[in-house]
Design a binder for this molecule. Sequence first.
Ligand SMILES: Nc1ncnc2c1ncn2[C@@H]1O[C@H](COP(=O)(O)OP(=O)(O)OP(=O)(O)O)[C@@H](O)[C@H]1O
Ligand SMILES: [Mg+2]
Length: 139
Amino acid sequence: MKSAIYFSDSPDATYQLGKRLASQLEGSECIALVGDLGTGKTMLAKGICEGLGIKLDKISSPTFAIVNEYLGNCPVYHFDFYRITKINELYDIGIEEYLSRTAVKLIEWANLFPEVLPKDVITITFTEVHATERKIKVG
Ligand SMILES: Nc1ncnc2c1ncn2[C@@H]1O[C@H](COP(=O)(O)OP(=O)(O)OP(=O)(O)O)[C@@H](O)[C@H]1O
Ligand SMILES: [Mg+2]
């Protein structure tokens, strides 16, 4: 994915950005979605999923499941590390095996457990500029 800085002025603009970014993916990337609560990580992840051919009504935030698995044009694993308190919870679900598979891996709050991330992780950083404006930095 190309390094770039984007500005989004609405939830839908963030969603559409996700759809566009999906077209840059080859199908095996690990993407860390990093930013404060409510900055748009899930919104962008949903756009990426739709861009990868997954129907929107199947996509939810994996806050309670740790990972949601989807099959679009390629497999997609959507993780949320926010509620994880111990790294063993990640090892118990087989995080290393998940991250080694050929799939797009989207990880909200990946910064909480940087030690499990692959070296070639792509980081997308979200910052709230105003109530409805977000700065979204890729790479
Ligand atoms: N430009 C914008 N892009 C994305 N979301 C926006 C924007 N402006 C306002 N919002 C609002 O911010 C919230 C973003 O929610 P979202 O669940 O995507 O955040 P998140 O980063 O995943 O949060 P969490 O850390 O709780 O998982 C939504 O309520 C959305 O309506
Ligand atoms: Mg979220």
